[in-house]
Design a protein around this ligand. Sequence first.
Ligand code: TRP
Ligand code: ZN
Length: 457
Amino acid sequence: MKRLLALAAAAFISLPLTPAVALGGSPGAPGAGDPYFPDQGNGGYDAGHYDLALDYDPSSNVLTGVAAVTARATQALSRFDLDLVATLSVRSVTVDGRAAAFTRSGSELIVTPAATLASGRTFSVVVRYDGRPTYVLDPDGSRDGWIRTGDGVFNANEPQGAMTWYPGNHHMTDKATYRFAVTVPSTRVAVANGDLVSRTTAGGRTTYVWDAREPMASYLATVTIGKFRLTDTRVGGYRVITAVDPKLADKATDFAERHAPVLDYFSSLFGPYPFSSTGGIVDHAPNVGYALETQTRPIYPVAPSDSLLAHELAHQWFGDSVTPTLWRDIWLNEGFATYAEWLWLEKIGSRTVQTSFDGVYAKPADDEFWQTPTADPGDAAGLFHDPVYDRGAATLHVLRRTVGDEAFFTILRTWASEHRYGNADTAAFVALAERVSGKRLGPLFDAWLFQPGKPAL
Ligand code: TRP
Ligand code: ZN
């Protein structure tokens, strides 16, 4: 009896230390379950909106941020993680206005609210943080995240850079709307996704406010800072906002005007352009080596060619509005955007789609290229290798030749409309193609998407 009582007393005393567990909640998972990036994203909640107030000084590289994330608990939550690199210091965390305990483990910021969050409940977490951000090195050797330039930051976040500058649920399956309020010295411009809402100057510093009204995956967010010429115009029914580094001004004179014809053509093939504004950022970042389809406003490290512009604009439908479920499905982005490049090059009379396809198919059967199945690049290091792009585009061309133009473009339009602002995987695409065409396409997709080796025609 005495012993039992002592145990009960001990349990009672421990209760205030772990109230969440005592109340039946459990910790959210530290990752979203993507085998390529196991720690990316988090379980137990669903982010709905990010309100990011960022203050940045390009000369010292000091970033001071307040991130307010509105989320919904998808389980009774005693504790949950946000993704944020350890190089940034967290000063405080509140949940629904009450101080919350937090610890760090690698790139996980682990937050324990004062009380368990009931399943289904909406809550707001506010993180105050600061530090000197830097990029991460990806498994393929490229840089990703907060990449400093001579006059500011080139900010591209695919696949894992978002955690280098703000806390969040950084797997692409958790999309959210965003507001960015970015304060920089008035000699600089801060460009983000969506619509420019206001620009206010006080004491030599300017705050740019941007609203991204449609759901967006973290890897498509950007806050790019530098000396830019900013234009905000209406061209052919689109709100086109561009930022061009003065160093590249003569190479990008008609940059804003080049968007509407591409978007009109793609709208005619894929369905309506999915976002409230468009445009792009042309930055002088010669060492970055890639462009990115940042939502509404792709970022380019040089003035883009016709095919690069078409590629990034096609991603607005394929990648940004419809986003893969797992990184392994990346061909749903890159194969589609590459095929759209081929379509655009044919449209402007540069070369036919068939010629583009023939160029890929001409690679000999023993070429390394054919060893990687399109829909399984193997690991994170293979995400942006040629087969994902070119074999992906070739797969679509073979599909088109098999089902005919009418069914093919119906498949693309249905894909864009059924999964608008959402996520979908390769199996869903295969099922859609079979449903629309009424054909059994198993062998075609198996050879082109899943098996190594050069498929026969
Ligand atoms: N998604 C980019 C594109 O438009 C490519 C990309 C992102 C990339 N990160 C990269 C390419 C890193 C090479 C290395 O195709
Ligand atoms: Zn691409």
